[in-house]
Design a protein around this ligand. Structure first.
Ligand code: ADP
Length: 361
């Protein structure tokens, strides 16, 4: 089921006389989520991710704009009629019910033609439990489960009604680091197996990049950029997106373009064909540096961190006063750790120029 969000906006009224201004949590958000894909809604805390998700499932009304599931306009449809499965951050399991009954719960309230016999309900519950591999936990109460197991119960409960759309709001944030890695792979597998169009909210760019077919990056309620993770990483539309994606983060400096050459301070560091003379903000991905004895970027070596496959070199360049530069180099290229200086050339595809005025490319 394709989801289409058209000019979706949510305004919350000012909270008090002291703060009378409306909060625009989501601002003119337009995005198409293709059928069967896993899309990550990504951005810093407070940027409007949960509000967007809540409008898709109907827990919040849109102030303006519309939401389509396929050709059906669901903007004014009650949440229970939208066919959406939702997994919340805290899982929201019923503590007094065992796993079986938790998963079955959404089926018990079906009305009219949708009502199921006891036998059909049971087979649906078993099917959902099998999908997330918790068949042997059905008699347990939520408190007798680990965080990861509770999470699977929440996913099974969201899937048991065979929803048209699955929405996951920060589903991994209560798990420890190792379990997060494992669980995100499992979410991906379940999503692939079911083929259900899924929106996954997270503030963790690595998480979104690793499992999502597409990512939509938000800031201050506005969609900054949407696309395949690698495309957005390789081609960020603005400084915010460039900074938000990637670990270690992108290096950012002020620069100048003169005669199709990029200067950092007075040092010419890269040919930039077709770019007019102007002040720019320069973003250089850590993997955008090449060690080269006669490279134009001559840096003072501060620190080398060996990380197995990669070596991270922290250095400073006189042109980038006060800011360290972090580069990631393959450990196969031997670095002289005793050297006082390192020289780099830049990989053009890893260097982005943003307008100093708009911070757009
Ligand atoms: P995120 O999920 O990205 O952390 P949210 O969607 O929860 O962000 O919130 C976006 C903005 O809307 C924030 O500024 C938040 O304070 C505000 N907000 C969210 N819910 C409400 C509400 N019910 N009333 C007033 N403001 C709200």
């Amino acid at each position: 089921m394709k989801i289409m969000l058209k000019n979706l906006t949510k305004k919350f009224p000012g909270r008090s006389r002291k703060h009378p201004e409306d909060v625009i949590a989501v601002n003119d958000f337009t995005c198409e989520i293709p059928d069967g894909e896993l899309v990550g809604l990504l951005g810093p805390s407070g940027c409007g991710k949960s509000t967007t998700l809540n409008m898709i499932c109907g827990l919040e009304d849109a102030s303006s704009g519309s939401i389509f599931f396929g050709d059906e306009n669901v903007t004014a449809l009650a949440p229970e009629l939208r066919g959406v499965g939702m997994v919340f951050q805290n899982y929201a399991l019923y503590p007094h019910l065992n796993v079986f009954k938790n998963i079955q719960f959404p089926l018990e309230n079906l009305k009219g033609k949708e009502r199921l016999s006891k036998g059909d309900m049971k087979s649906r519950v078993l099917e959902a439990a099998r999908l997330v591999q918790i068949e042997d936990l059905l008699d347990r109460k939520p408190r007798e489960l680990s965080g990861g197991q509770q999470q699977r119960v929440a996913i099974a409960r969201a899937l048991v009604k065979m929803p048209r759309v699955l929405l996951l709001d920060e589903p991994l944030s209560n798990l420890d680091a190792r379990l997060r890695l494992q669980t995100r792979e499992e979410i991906r597998k379940i999503q692939k197996k079911t083929g259900i169009t899924t929106v996954f909210v997270t503030h963790d760019q690595e998480e979104a990049m690793s499992i999502c077919d597409r990512i939509a990056v938000m800031n201050h309620g506005v969609l900054m950029q949407e696309g395949r993770p690698q495309d957005v990483y390789d081609n960020p539309a603005n400084l915010f997106v460039a900074r938000f994606l990637g670990t270690p983060p992108i290096n950012v400096f002020h620069g100048t373009v003169r005669d199709e050459t990029l200067f950092l301070n007075q040092a010419p560091v890269l040919k930039v064909k077709g770019v007019s003379d102007q002040d720019v903000i320069v973003g250089i991905r850590p993997e955008g540096f090449l060690l080269k004895s006669d490279g134009p970027l001559r840096c003072h070596l501060e620190r080398i961190e060996v990380m197995g496959r990669d070596v991270s070199i922290v250095s400073t360049h006189s042109a980038c006063t006060g800011t360290s530069l972090r580069s990631i180099i393959s450990s196969e290229s031997r670095v002289d750790t005793a050297a006082a200086e390192v020289c780099f050339s830049l990989k053009p595809g890893k260097v982005f120029l943003f307008s100093a005025k708009t911070e757009e490319r």
